[in-house]
Design a protein around this ligand. Structure first.
Ligand SMILES: Cc1cc2nc3c(=O)[nH]c(=O)nc-3n(C[C@H](O)[C@H](O)[C@H](O)COP(=O)(O)O)c2cc1C
Length: 357
């Protein structure tokens, strides 16, 4: 397993969906940093289950800080946060039931049948609660430097929202944090209907999230191997269900010409900038001072109620599986703050490394 990520900022993730808790240890937060519990509560609530069009699993998702914080400030010691699992229900047979689309089969083989398969165990979407807790800590520190991020649902099934465009405004990004379904145009009802229809059919649908980050200085990113794109992608692809990441117009790039994709430089008040942002704020793996823009494609939720063929590994018998109960018809909705948090962690690690030349 590889449960530790980061260079200057180290993030260790632990826990299981139906174990005692999920949690995270964040090492590298400078002593004296403000640990803003309101910011943490805001973003944790955006990810928590039980909202409209999400799994009815009831979890308060209130993090407990076990170490590293005193009187609202980081002490410099590792910060450990846990989120208790209070609403677990699993039967023994579930441990070896290989749900299609989940990590059940691959983990069963890789860990010789010892992995905790209950509710997805260490592979559950619930693990991302720890990521949001850690991301929310560094978001406060990034904001102190004028760096703000936000994301919206760019697509749910067939319904598409409008993209941010080249220069999203900080206030627009902040306003998305309060939305129960974050979109830029009036597609909320259509997206909800799309999710409800998939759920009613016992099925699920995919989605896309567009994330933007403004206020970044020129110069974050450590090429060759720790470019901005590779550092962010490492964390983004660690999130279960993420199947594609594109920066700027990256997805459209194969059909574009250089003259369309390049962002011509110009001078504004003596500063070098551009009127376009096809590169999504990165050149050569280094931030160029324009907004960072990227899109994440998420698969349809693997847990579906429709009958599926599979194997019960406990007795090695084929069977028809009809999953009952709790699942999000579209995981992209709850993944929005998770994507922002992953971006925040990646950017903060690069921020701490920015002195490297
Ligand atoms: C925030 C979030 C919530 C998720 N919730 C669910 C869920 O309710 N049901 C489910 O089957 N998968 C859910 N997932 C996705 C699974 O964790 C993921 O698809 C699975 O671990 C397999 O990984 P893979 O799709 O990357 O192969 C969620 C993912 C995230 C990021």
């Amino acid at each position: 397993m590889s449960a530790v990520w980061g260079e200057k900022l180290k993030v260790t993730i632990f826990g299981e969906s139906h174990g005692a808790c999920v949690g995270v240890v964040v090492d590298g937060i400078p002593a004296g940093s403000d640990i803003n519990m309101e910011t943490i509560a805001l973003h944790m609530a955006r990810r928590a289950p039980g909202q409209k069009n999400t799994t009815p699993r009831k979890e308060a998702d209130v993090p407990q800080i076990l170490s590293g914080v005193l009187d609202g400030k980081a002490t410099g010691a590792p910060i450990c946060g846990i989120i208790e699992n209070t609403n677990t229900r699993s039967a023994d047979y579930e441990r070896f039931l290989l749900r299609p689309g989940h990590a059940d089969y691959t983990a069963f083989v890789k860990y010789n049948g010892f992995s905790d398969g209950r509710g997805g165990g260490h592979f559950s979407g619930r693990m991302t609660a720890g990521l949001v807790f850690a991301g929310s800590i560094v978001r406060t520190l990034l904001e102190e430097q004028g760096i703000v991020m936000g994301a919206h649902l760019l697509q749910v099934g067939k319904v598409k929202d409008v993209p941010f465009g080249p220069f999203p405004h900080e206030n627009q990004l902040r306003s998305l944090w309060d939305a129960s379904l974050p979109v830029l145009s009036s597609v909320e009802e259509q997206m909800r209907a799309e999710m409800e229809e998939a759920g009613a059919q016992g099925d699920s649908i995919g989605g896309a999230i567009e994330c933007a980050c403004v206020g970044l200085p020129v110069g974050l990113g450590e090429p060759f191997f720790d470019s901005v794109e590779s550092t962010l992608s490492h964390l983004l692809f660690s999130i279960g269900g993420v199947k594609g990441v594109a920066f700027g117009d990256g997805a459209e790039a194969p059909g574009m010409q250089g003259s369309q994709y390049n962002d011509p430089w110009l001078l504004k008040d003596g500063n070098i900038t551009s009127d376009t942002n096809h590169s999504g704020g990165v050149n050569g793996g280094i931030t160029n001072g324009l907004p960072l823009l990227f899109t994440v494609n998420m698969r349809p939720t693997p847990s579906i109620a429709k009958a599926q063929h599979t194997v019960q590994a406990a007795d090695m018998k084929e069977m028809t599986l009809e999953l009952k109960g709790r699942h999000d018809p579209c995981i992209a909705l709850r993944a929005v703050p998770v994507i922002e948090s992953a971006a925040a962690l990646a950017l903060y690690d690069l921020y701490l490394r920015r002195g490297n030349r």
